[in-house]
Design a protein around this ligand. Structure first.
Ligand code: HEC
Length: 163
């Protein structure tokens, strides 16, 4: 036999439940973070994404000349650090493509941005491991990730947009 709960306790519990439900309804989830989203997509691309991608792409490759081939590789600690910094910028810039009014939709856009992040992470890890071959492959995959999104949203990079 359960003891009968005194009326006052029952009322108190009910009251608390009502308050809790009211709170859930009024503020479903935590308050949004106080972000400062100053750059528009174009500025983000031109000032954050593109320069970082250039560092990654220019870090590895092979130059063929009449005299033979020249292997481009990061060689010093500073050179490797610069590439991994740039790859981390790419990895994290993908998140800033997914917040505020930047996403163009909540489906494909988010998928492209996530792939962009995951692939950039591979470049960052390869740079940290000083693995030039993997870095090269990751760099080409990053390029494909940029192009996939640009194609989907009809971004034409062949015509210069800056005055
Ligand atoms: C999730 C989608 C998405 C991804 C991923 C993406 N971009 Fe973009 N990019 C855009 C959109 C949309 C624009 C057009 C922005 C505008 O003009 O409003 C753009 C524009 C640009 C521009 C033109 C900027 C200007 O000055 O007009 C460059 C350069 C660029 N992107 C480079 C890159 C590079 C490099 C990568 C990959 C390393 C990349 N983008 C990845 C969506 C994306």
């Amino acid at each position: 036999m359960h003891p009968v709960m005194p009326l006052s306790t029952r009322a108190l519990r009910c009251g608390l439940t009502v308050v809790a439900v009211a709170m859930l309804n009024s503020c479903a989830g935590p308050a949004p973070p106080p972000l400062r989203l100053h750059a528009d997509l174009k500025q983000l691309m031109a000032s954050v994404v593109d320069p970082a991608a250039d560092v990654v792409w220019e870090s590895v490759g092979t130059i063929y000349t009449a005299d033979g081939t020249e292997e481009i590789r990061p060689r010093t600690d500073e050179e490797w650090a610069r590439v991994s910094q740039a790859a981390w910028v790419l990895t994290e810039s993908a998140n800033s493509l997914m917040i505020g009014n930047r996403p163009k939709d909540t489906g494909d856009w988010m998928r492209f941005a996530q792939e962009f992040s995951d692939i950039s992470l591979k470049a960052a890890r390869a740079a940290e491991a000083r693995d030039a071959e993997t870095l090269f492959t990751a760099g080409s995959d990053v390029y494909l990730a940029c192009t996939a999104c640009h194609n989907q949203y009809n971004v034409d990079l062949t015509t210069p947009t800056t005055p």
